[in-house]
Design a protein around this ligand. Structure first.
Ligand code: SF4
Ligand code: SF4
Length: 111
């Protein structure tokens, strides 16, 4: 791939992801959450649901509601995971987003 082709690919991908920085799966955030949240897994689910719009991921978000190990509402926004993240992802904001989506899905299922 030439430098120009690489630039075109990166530009197209960034347009596709609406400029959102993405989790690369490096797992540097693993084990740092005081609430024992699996940050790596949850950031993957966020981007599959929000950026890529995958239905399976949206169902996974719905299952997060009040779950023991993956309830995004448990995030206390301490920032410990952000300090470890080379992508500097806005993890607390994405956790809040997941919590809102999970609650909305739960409420819709109850209605
Ligand atoms: S910001 Fe939230 S997800 Fe990240 S380590 Fe703190 S409590 Fe866990
Ligand atoms: S440190 Fe950041 S990029 Fe790496 S797995 Fe965790 S959230 Fe994803």
């Amino acid at each position: 791939m030439t430098a120009e082709q690489r630039k075109q690919f990166v530009d197209a991908f960034q347009e596709f992801t609406q400029g959102e920085p993405l989790c690369t799966g490096c797992r540097y955030c693993q084990g740092v959450c005081p609430e024992h949240l699996s940050v790596y897994t949850m950031m993957g689910t966020w981007q599959h649901a929000v950026v890529f719009g995958l239905e399976g991921a949206k169902k996974q978000v719905a299952r997060m509601y009040q779950s023991e190990r993956a309830d995004p509402a448990k995030c206390i926004a301490c920032g410990a995971c952000v300090e470890k993240c080379p992508q500097n992802l806005p993890i607390p904001e994405r956790m809040a987003d997941l919590a809102r989506m999970a609650e909305e899905a739960h409420n819709a299922a109850e209605a």
